[in-house]
Design a protein around this ligand. Structure first.
Ligand SMILES: C[S@@+](CC[C@H](N)C(=O)[O-])C[C@H]1O[C@@H](n2cnc3c(N)ncnc32)[C@H](O)[C@@H]1O
Length: 252
């Protein structure tokens, strides 16, 4: 029997278990991200994300720079936070049982279309409040999106809580300061960068959030995942923190 006991109260809708907290209204950056990933901009921007990964030696290779840190045990049960349309699933061992959460329904629907076996194992939920029992997973990972999660500390605590002692924790994303190399930032005219990022697909609120959020994950990750190691990925343009769920983090 599966040791994953999820706690959604309502019934599955089209294979996606619904938002797991009362009210279901997202706040802050999660609201902006949900609107972007559910909207037409993400479909446009995705092409550029894929190109970025291709330049890193191909999409599978770029993703494996992160996925190689997952455990090697057979029959593992793992959770992806911010699973999107499930692009990492085909790179995982076939005998693993993977669960996924995401705040945006549209990518979750695409995930189910592309991977029907995920039916009943994808949930609409914030990483900040995971609807799973303690120690339910052998590993918990998040690839892309973390820079703009509303509450990084809560997400890291939750990922750690749902992972068994000795399990693996991974969080990876691009460097959130990349836009500062845009011509507009270099010459002091940010509106130029806002324009071309918009042309690539990012909506206005999302662009503003990117400009407002030069996020350094180092301090919050080492506080909540003590002993974590930072790996540079994607030719130095991204980060990947890897930790084992072993020692106790500070409670503050
Ligand atoms: C760049 S996509 C990455 C998707 C997938 N992990 C991949 O590697 O292709 C980021 C995903 O994170 C989701 N996301 C953003 N903030 C989130 C949060 N606070 N909790 C859960 N998912 C979130 C978005 O809706 C989006 O689907």
């Amino acid at each position: 029997m599966s040791r994953v006991t999820s706690t959604p109260r309502a019934k599955s809708e089209g294979g996606i278990l619904p938002l797991s907290w009362p009210g279901s209204k997202l706040r802050g950056r999660n609201r902006i991200a949900e609107s972007f990933y559910n909207g037409p901009g993400w479909a446009r921007f995705r092409r550029w994300e894929r190109l970025f990964l291709k330049i890193q030696g191909g999409e599978a290779r770029a993703r494996r720079q992160i996925l190689r840190h997952l455990p090697t045990q057979p029959m593992a049960t793992v959770l992806e936070v911010g699973i999107g349309d499930g692009a990492n699933l085909k790179l995982l061992p076939k005998d693993w049982t993977t669960y996924g959460v995401d705040i945006a329904v549209r990518p979750l629907g695409e995930c189910l279309n592309l991977h029907p076996l995920m039916n009943g194992r994808v949930l609409r939920s914030e990483g900040e409040s995971l609807p799973f029992a303690d120690a339910a997973f052998d590993a918990c990972y998040s690839i892309g999106g973390f820079n703009y999660f509303c509450d990084h500390a809560s997400t890291l605590r939750e990922m750690r809580r749902v992972t068994r002692v000795g399990g693996r924790l991974i969080v990876a994303d691009e460097d959130s300061r990349l836009h500062r190399w845009g011509i507009g930032h270099l010459i002091g005219l940010k509106s130029i960068d806002a324009f071309w990022l918009g042309a690539l697909g990012l909506d206005r609120e999302f662009v503003q959030m990117v400009f407002d959020q030069p996020f350094d994950p180092g301090p919050v990750v080492s506080q909540h995942w003590p002993g974590s190691v930072r790996h540079s990925i994607w030719g130095g343009l991204g980060y990947c923190y890897v930790a084992s769920h072993e020692s106790e983090p500070s409670t503050s």
